[in-house]
Write a protein that binds this ligand. Structure first.
Ligand code: AMP
Length: 461
């Protein structure tokens, strides 16, 4: 039985989905005004593995993500660069999708753009107005938080805390905590609505989109910790008020932050590394390993050293896989007297691995079990003969784990970048050859030493 931590109940609960063997999973997608950073990647890799594991356990998973392609950040960035906001959003949406592909995040079934769900957004606002949960002012349509008594149930904040405002509250609003469902605007981009031209508020796009694809109630809603308040709180208020059904979502899952020196990596703090920058230096699977080495709810402190450690750990798994390949080409017997022994170790590891994953997707524990398995099997290889059968079983076990966690252990690619690296090395080697021909030993030695620092060792014959 899978147990997962529910932010709403602040406890681990058994996963009981609305429909047997089906999971409807929604995770807040990015606001596409710039390239995504590795903090975003942490959250999306975590949910990728959660979706992969649910599938592995036989669930049919419908994983939906929205794309916030209309927002003040997009409009401001476009204005600064003299671009059309929608064009800008399309460009960074494409970059985001490329990044996700490069990171092996493949489990999302549908990416839904806010701008393509204006009719659903408007319909939901109309329902909220009809039911008396919203009101219109000269600046827009607002949700009346005083009408929703459950406000604060997810973030565990009291209603009084919601009233603390750093900026002067809008005098048109009934309560300082009321949030915009529709913002009246006549500057492009705007959409027509019963309340005149304007744009949707941020929170309503998600409930309009989930309402469209999932209906008013679904299984899991995910996102980073920063979204609990006010975003997810507002989503609950909107959907539960509009539908009259509770709860909108059975399980709320939140990822911890990827931090830099204790501070959340974010665009606004300027302490970010984009996914593209990272992937120039490290292969995607190293970053995935780094992410999965920490539980998804805990903070991760990003550092070069830990990435290096992740790279080395991953190499150990690849090396183990390689060793099996070498043994297999050694003309072993089909079956052997120790097959049962190897099978016992393997089954024991598998059941513990699945237990760790069942326990709120405890990937660091699951990975440590894999290393225990590698250590023990390697030791047994030295003491006991193996057979092809045992080795094939171990190999397919690795493939099985790889599929759950998103690694391809059978085709290791711990090379960074692409052929360009190889070509650059060739250029350096040829240049050095020319220097040697000119007897410039000093410079040619310097190139050799620098390449040596990168583990590229040249021997002059
Ligand atoms: P945004 O585009 O800022 O709305 O972020 C998209 C997703 O990435 C949200 O679920 C955020 O919570 C998450 N996110 C943003 N920064 C970080 C971070 N430093 N660590 C983990 N998740 C993050």
């Amino acid at each position: 039985m899978i147990k997962l931590y529910n932010t709403l109940s602040r406890s681990k609960e058994n996963l009981n989905t609305l429909k047997k063997n089906r999971v409807k999973l929604f995770v807040c997608g990015p606001t596409v005004y710039d390239n995504s950073h590795i903090g975003h990647a942490r959250t999306y890799i975590s949910f990728d593995v959660i979706a992969r594991y649910l599938k592995y356990q036989g669930f049919s998973v419908f994983y939906l993500q929205n794309i916030t392609d209309i927002d003040d950040k997009i409009i401001n960035r476009a204005a600064k660069t003299g671009r059309d906001p929608i064009d800008l959003a399309r460009e960074f949406e494409a970059e985001y999708l490329k990044d996700m592909k490069a990171l092996g995040v493949e489990s999302v079934n549908i990416y839904a753009r806010a701008t393509e769900h204006l009719p659903e957004i408007i319909a939901q606002i109309e329902t909220l107005l009809d039911k008396g949960f919203a009101y219109e002012t000269e600046s827009g349509v607002y949700f009346d938080e005083s009408k929703f008594t459950d406000f604060g149930k997810l973030s565990n904040r009291k209603i009084e805390d919601l009233h603390v405002h750093r900026i002067k509250p809008d005098p048109h609003k009934r309560n300082p905590g009321d949030f915009a469902l529709w913002k009246k605007k006549d500057m492009k981009p705007f959409w027509d609505s019963p309340w005149g031209p304007g744009r949707p508020g941020w929170h309503i796009e998600d409930t309009a989109i989930t309402g469209e694809y999932f209906g008013p109630q679904y299984d899991i809603h995910g996102g980073g910790l920063d979204l609990i308040f006010p975003h997810h709180e507002a989503e609950i208020a909107q959907m539960e008020s509009a539908s009259g059904l509770k709860p909108m979502v059975r399980y709320w899952m939140h990822t911890g932050f990827l931090n830099v020196k204790g501070e959340k990596m974010s665009k606004s703090l300027g302490n970010f590394i984009t996914i593209k920058e990272l992937l120039k230096e490290y292969p995607a699977e190293v970053f995935r390993f780094f992410v999965l080495s920490t539980h998804y709810r805990s903070p991760i402190d990003f550092s070069q050293e830990i990435l290096e450690q992740s790279q080395n750990s991953l190499k150990r798994i690849y090396k183990f896989h390689e060793t099996i390949g070498e043994f297999l080409s050694d003309g072993l017997p089909e079956k052997g007297e120790n097959d049962e022994l190897y099978m016992e170790i393997l089954e024991d590891t598998r059941s513990k691995f699945l237990e760790a994953m069942d326990n709120d997707f405890n990937t660091p524990h699951a990975l440590s079990l894999l290393f225990d398995f590698i250590r023990e099997t390697n030791r047994k290889f030295k003491e006991n003969d193996t057979s092809k059968e045992s080795l094939y079983n171990i190999k397919s076990f690795l493939t099985e784990i790889g599929e759950i966690l998103g690694f391809n252990f059978t085709a290791p690619s711990l090379e960074v970048g692409d052929d360009l690296t190889g070509e650059l090395i060739d250029i350096l080697i040829n240049t050095r050859q020319k220097l040697r021909e000119k007897k410039d030993w000093e410079l040619s030695d310097e190139i050799r030493n620098k390449l040596g620092d990168l583990d590229i060792n040249l021997e002059d014959k």
